[in-house]
Ligand binder design. Structure first.
Ligand SMILES: [Zn+2]
Length: 426
């Protein structure tokens, strides 16, 4: 706990207890919470009492493990608190409402971002109102019996960097050219009447993993997000490390050490040259594996190096389709197509070898909107390269996310819940 203050410790303990109860599949005995949290009987019972007073946790009889006296069984009250989550991605805007177990209770896919931020803010506001109407019709109510809107604590929005999380502003997210210097938090607060927090998509995705129970709370976890570009996030002891300006994990220009072209940043063989969706497609078109189609984000004549750093939002939906075409070609046995996707895994594996040395993680989780397409063909090379060093010795686990395409939106909502439930923030 070096460098921690007392409220940090209190906040952390309460989150640890809440997390243990949340992850107890069929309720959890208070004695088991003590064991998992490593906290004293007195500390656990004080925290549990506070959580029960707030309506977040309820008791459900007692359970005996055969030794000692039976212990009180604790459960989360899932509907005690809901949160909305928005994922602003160049390929898709997704809005969800989740319960306290980060389970999706309502979802809307809004497709590509609109032509202006104002139009998207309106669409997001309408989607939230529409989902609340749906929940009302399904009989959802707040824990106190009041209207379901009263149960929604707030809204989290996840977006690509660069952004200013503290000021709630999108600065210059790549592939979203109209979203420059947009005060998204203030705009969404006005449109929804909810409190809003903003964070990076990678941080949100990692938060979703920890809320969904994929990440043991005491592990150091490295998350790799594969979307239009590639990004990373790191968490230790259940806390995502955001850096001084929330921009930690921008790994697109991490040199891979491969024998590759010079990047626009001046260095050689940067990760993004092999992993950006636009770079994969540019390479496929150079080799005439895919047709040149007007309107697709990558100019047919652009060398892969230039395309990787100038890719933009136009035709993102077609980028996803074109990527799926490339994968189909590779699956059907086309060697050149297989090599492009294997190259993605190889480069990411080299980058991970470096990142394993930097972060010393227990576990690496790879997800994001395009990973599902690429995983089968990219993962073998990735694993081999990544573990070619300390990673194998340390037994680093490398796995694909199980959360699917809504991970960013679920994570954004989880970010809000996490912030709301952390005593240090109250
Ligand atoms: Zn570079």
């Amino acid at each position: 706990m070096r460098g921690s203050t007392m409220p940090d410790i209190g906040a952390r303990n309460e989150m640890v207890v809440l997390q243990a109860i949340r992850l107890g599949e069929d309720g959890i005995a208070q004695a088991e919470v003590m064991r998992r949290s490593g906290l004293s009987r007195q500390a656990v019972s004080q925290i549990v009492r506070r959580l029960i007073d707030r309506g977040l946790v309820e008791t459900d009889g007692t359970r005996s493990n055969g030794r000692g006296k039976p212990s009180t069984v604790l459960r989360i009250v899932p509907r005690a608190m809901l949160a909305a989550g928005v994922h602003l991605d160049p390929a898709q805007v997704t809005v969800v409402i989740v319960d306290l177990l980060a389970r999706v209770v309502a979802q809307r896919s809004l497709g590509l971002p609109a032509s202006s931020p104002e139009a998207d803010v309106r669409r997001i506001g309408d989607a939230v109102a529409d989902m609340l109407g749906q929940l009302r019709a399904e009989g959802f109510a707040a824990a106190d019996g009041g209207d379901v809107a009263g149960a929604v604590a707030g809204l989290g929005i996840a977006a690509p960097a660069g952004l200013d999380s503290a000021r709630g502003i999108l600065l210059d997210p790549p592939w979203l050219p109209t979203w420059r210097h947009v005060p998204i938090v203030a705009q969404l607060e006005a449109a929804t009447g909810l409190r809003v927090v903003l964070d990076k998509d990678t941080n949100a995705a990692l938060t979703a993993e920890s809320w969904a129970g994929s990440v043991p709370g005491d592990e150091t976890v490295l998350y790799i997000y594969v979307g239009a570009g590639v990004g990373s996030a790191v968490a230790g002891d259940g806390t995502v490390h955001r850096g001084s300006t929330t921009q930690a994990g921008e790994i697109g220009h991490l040199p891979t050490g491969l024998d590759g072209p010079v990047c626009a940043c001046g260095r050689r063989a940067c990760l993004g040259l092999y992993t950006d969706a636009s770079a994969l497609l540019a390479r496929a078109r150079e080799l005439e594996l895919l047709p040149c189609a007007p309107g697709i984000a990558v100019a047919c004549t652009a060398p892969a190096a230039a395309a990787a750093v100038t890719g933009h939002a136009v035709g993102e939906e077609r980028v996803a389709d074109a990527l799926a075409d490339l994968v189909r070609l590779a699956m059907a046995g086309n060697a050149a197509a297989r090599e492009i996707i294997a190259g993605h895994g190889r480069a990411l594996g080299e980058a991970l070898r470096t990142l394993i040395g930097v972060h010393d993680p227990h576990r690496i989780i790879i997800g994001g909107p395009y990973w599902g397409l690429l995983a089968e063909l990219a993962l073998p090379e990735l694993r081999e390269r990544a573990l070619d060093g300390a990673g194998r010795e340390h037994g680093v686990l490398i796995e694909s996310s199980r959360l699917g395409d809504d991970v960013g939106a679920i994570g954004a909502a989880s970010l809000f819940l996490e912030r709301e439930l952390s005593p240090a923030r109250r």
